[in-house]
Design a protein around this ligand. Structure first.
Ligand code: AMP
Ligand code: GLY
Length: 422
């Protein structure tokens, strides 16, 4: 089989790494890929959202399966385009992907199907939004409804901050067109967990629970990022909680999407806040998380290509998806200044010193004169598997310590919440 992976970050490196282990796969392409990915796949210089060029390439190369990493091409309809051209592709179609593409739509959907989430209102009018903020009072969370690359969410402790946030989103258009609608939510307190599931629109196969670390500095300080590290499984997600999440969140979501005429096929990701009153959906994503994919795929035992084909053919009920014992931790090494401005082109040293049992997934790297250099905000995801979380934390940081580049930054507390939750 020839497989094409779309995207070029750490998640896509993990996808390529896992797909490369399938005995059924003879050749892997990745568009656009990165320097790490180029060691396992042939990188093709096409951007992840250039759907027509990707389709042309997939047809010419007779690709048997295309796997889409990031949300943007899904929301733009890559799955519809590929399917119409007779190409097999893993991921939700354009309509189903709006669950991530529009936060307002996701909230309306959850309200309609009684899926637990923060109470909210959505506005495209400044004055109405401001009046709502004044009526509710802080703390509140203000969100640009559209895609804003993981930014676009402003947690506001006080009413005045929320008024200012509404202005930033809807008047100053700080997040561009994503802010033509603003969602204002009740502020929820609790601990976050990421529940991802494979689904073919009928059967739901939840993955093991993962936890991301969104803030840039230790102890959840500093601005939000795409994610500074992740681990799985997350012990806060007990079997009792799992029952509730399946019954009250995953099942009604998949059923509701089918009822709406938007059957969901692919990876459904529910970002949850576990509050004292139970789990609440913070957001849906329509693809693997980055960096959650790195620990999750490190622990997935079943052939990923078999799972993806079962999803496409709607026979997921016939597959037994297995996970390895133990735990996995991924520590992101980022460029200095990320998530703000950061330098590129700094030489990365020590990759060859990392012990073989540790996997370094590349997120933002390039090859220059035979050297790996930094080429993005998130640069590497150093990922280890061990018998338990403390062991995996230890091992991942042993890997991190071998690697260096100018101003390399990483959090030193990835996975620590799991120790507290045990
Ligand atoms: P989102 O992109 O919607 O997941 O939001 C990004 C982050 O903002 C989440 O991971 C939470 O840490 C925080 N957040 C979002 N919505 C809420 C909420 N209603 N209450 C508290 N924190 C929130
Ligand atoms: N790690 C969060 C995300 O992928 O959206």
């Amino acid at each position: 089989m020839k497989v094409l992976v779309v995207g070029g970050g750490g998640r896509e490196h993990a996808l390529v790494w896992k797909i490369a282990q399938s005995p059924r796969v003879s050749r892997i392409y990745c568009a656009p890929g990165n320097a790490g990915i180029s060691q396992l796949a042939e990188c093709v210089n096409i951007k992840a959202n250039d759907i027509s060029s990707l389709k042309k390439f997939a047809l010419e190369e007779r690709i048997d399966l295309t796997v889409v990493g990031p949300e943007a091409p899904l929301i733009e309809g890559i799955v519809d385009e590929f399917s119409q051209a007779g190409l097999r592709v893993f991921g939700p179609n354009r309509n189903a992907a709006q669950l991530e593409g529009s936060k307002a739509l996701a909230k309306h959907f959850m309200a309609k199907y009684n899926i637990p989430t923060a109470s909210y209102a959505a506005f495209s009018n400044e004055k109405e939004a401001m009046d709502y903020v004044r009526e509710k009072g802080g703390p509140l969370v203000v969100k640009a409804s559209g895609l804003a690359a993981g930014k676009g969410v402003i947690v506001c402790q006080h009413t005045a901050d929320a008024l200012d946030a509404v202005r930033r989103v809807i008047v100053d258009k700080e997040f561009g067109e994503a802010g033509s609608q603003v969602v204002i939510e009740e502020y929820l307190e609790g601990e976050e967990v990421s529940i991802l599931a494979f689904t073919d629109g009928k059967t739901i196969v939840p993955m093991i629970p993962a936890q991301d670390h969104k803030r840039v500095f230790d102890n959840d300080k500093g601005p939000n990022t795409g994610g500074m590290g992740a681990y799985a499984p997350a012990p806060l997600y007990t079997p009792e909680l799992h029952q509730v999440v399946v019954k009250e969140i995953l099942e009604p979501t998949v059923k509701g999407m089918t009822e709406m005429g938007w059957p969901f096929k692919g990876v459904l990701y529910a970002g949850l806040m576990v509050t004292k009153d139970g789990p609440r959906v913070l957001e849906y994503n329509v693809r693997f998380g980055d960096p959650e994919a790195q620990p999750l795929l490190s622990l997935l035992d079943t052939d990923l290509v078999d799972i993806m084909e079962a999803v496409i053919d709607e026979r997921l009920d016939q597959l037994d998806v297995k996970w390895k014992d133990g735990a996995s931790v991924c520590v992101i090494m980022s460029a200095p200044g990320y998530p703000g401005n950061y330098p590129k082109g700094d030489v990365i040293t020590g990759l060859d010193k990392v012990p073989e049992d540790i996997t370094v997934f590349h997120a933002g790297t390039a090859l220059e004169n035979g050297n790996f250099v930094t080429n993005g905000g998130r640069v590497l995801g150093v990922t280890a598997v061990a018998a338990d979380i403390p062991g995996a934390i230890d091992r991942a940081y042993q890997g991190v310590k071998k690697i260096n580049f100018n101003g390399a930054h990483y959090r030193s507390d990835i996975g620590q919440k799991a120790l507290k939750d045990r």
